[in-house]
Design a protein around this ligand. Structure first.
Ligand SMILES: [Zn+2]
Length: 405
């Protein structure tokens, strides 16, 4: 599946899982085992022959992104329109959600003929959170726009003479005779992804963090052939943006239970297999912003188009260590892929990824890497086409190299 199409289709973690399955189905490899848990997905391709030194080659990413989730009782009426009250998910850049065309999508859970069912939905209507006019907010350009997430982010969804309750609009999506029991609906940037830059060298889109990594992994996995003796694993977790400690998150038991279930195939002990395995934890990296270069550590400031970013942090917010970094560098050199290194400034806190949770709980040497991007956690982010191609090539090397370092 084309990258832009993948971005446009993957508007919630549930939709991302569907897009990934569609992309991976292109492999049409009946040996590939698929494990699904809500908005998370793990795929495993066993080797041609399992032997005592078989290992796991793993690539990790997350399917979720910062957003506004519709609350269980969202309805209000104000100033002649009906509004929806959202709850913040993760840490979106609030100002970027104003004056945008907002779609809504997610999962409905309902009862029909005594059975529990779910349905994936994507509305075809556009909502909006309008900004206050400059005339009513004098000084905003000098003082900066401050957004109160409780009072300022209610979304306008219909006129006063439209539907009264949002839940009725959702129920209308269900087959006749159904009763809606619960929903997980979020807003998303409805503007399609675009190529940008004078030479079409960039991509502008919502959800690049971390759909870009999901796409690179799935493309590489689908194109790979089974290895002689190593397992190829791709794991896509939900809930990274809220700390990963969920059933579908990287700090849960999902990956461990999957590896356990395929481990009887491995002749030697699982603990030994895991510590000699290798994982790429792939999440987006902060490219140096041309208007704010002082926000980066001068010697560790990755640039757009400069290649894959190795993320290193002494406080261990990243899983990268001397052993995994060395393997990563060797893999890049063997595959002729340029890399750059990111270290956060000492006077600013560092973000994190799914890498530390997986590395700590399973004992798999893991390196945190990513494509450089700008506007991270904005509703509309930006990355470079060249870096996405390099990342896809790197994951292909992980899955394909005959002598993985
Ligand atoms: Zn991320």
């Amino acid at each position: 599946m084309d990258f832009l199409e993948f971005l446009n289709k993957s508007v919630t973690p549930y939709h991302t899982v569907e897009s990934l399955k569609a992309l991976l189905a292109c492999a049409e490899d009946e040996n590939v085992q698929l494990f699904e848990r809500g908005g998370a997905l793990i795929v495993v391709r066993p080797p041609k022959e399992v032997c005592s030194d078989s290992k796991f080659r793993i690539a990790l990413a997350h399917t979720d992104y910062p957003t506004l989730k519709i609350t269980p009782n969202p309805d209000s009426a104000s100033a002649g329109v009906r509004t929806l009250h959202p709850e913040i998910y993760g840490s979106p850049l609030f100002t970027s959600w104003l004056d945008r065309d907002l779609g809504y999508a997610g999962l409905l859970a309902y009862e029909r003929n005594g059975k529990l069912e779910t349905k994936l939905v994507r509305g075809d209507k556009l909502f909006r959170i309008p900004q206050l006019a400059v005339h009513l907010n004098r000084g905003v350009n000098q003082e900066g726009l401050k957004v109160n997430p409780q009072t300022d982010l209610n979304a306008l969804w219909t006129a006063m003479d439209g539907r009264e309750r949002f839940v009725d609009a959702l129920s209308a999506e269900l087959p006749a005779g159904s009763k809606l029991l619960d929903f997980d609906i979020q807003l998303f940037d409805a503007q399609p992804a675009n190529r940008g830059g004078f030479a079409d060298e960039w991509i502008y889109s919502g959800r690049l963090d971390n759909l870009s990594s999901c796409h690179a992994i799935a493309e590489a996995f689908a194109a790979a052939d089974a290895l002689e003796k190593d397992f190829q694993v791709a794991a896509f977790f939900n809930n990274e943006e809220v700390g990963s400690e969920t059933r579908e998150g990287a700090a849960g038991n999902f990956l461990k239970s999957v590896l356990d279930s395929v481990s009887p195939l491995v002749c030697s002990e699982l603990a030994g297999v895991l510590s000699s395995s290798f994982a790429l934890s792939i999440d987006m990296a902060h490219a140096c912003h041309p208007n704010f270069v002082q926000k980066h550590e001068g010697n560790h400031a990755p640039v757009l188009g400069g290649g894959v970013v190795l993320k290193v942090n002494s406080q261990k917010r990243y899983a990268s260590d001397v052993f995994s970094n060395a393997r990563f560098k060797l893999l890049c050199e063997q595959s002729n892929i340029p890399y750059q290194i990111f270290v956060m400034r000492n006077d600013m806190p560092c973000g994190s990824t799914v890498g530390p949770a997986i590395s700590a709980s399973l004992g798999i040497p893991t390196v945190d890497i990513g494509e450089p991007m700008l506007s991270m956690h904005s509703i509309r982010e930006m990355t470079a086409v060249a870096d996405h191609e390099k990342m896809t090539k790197l994951v292909s090397a992980l899955y394909g190299s005959s002598n993985l370092p």
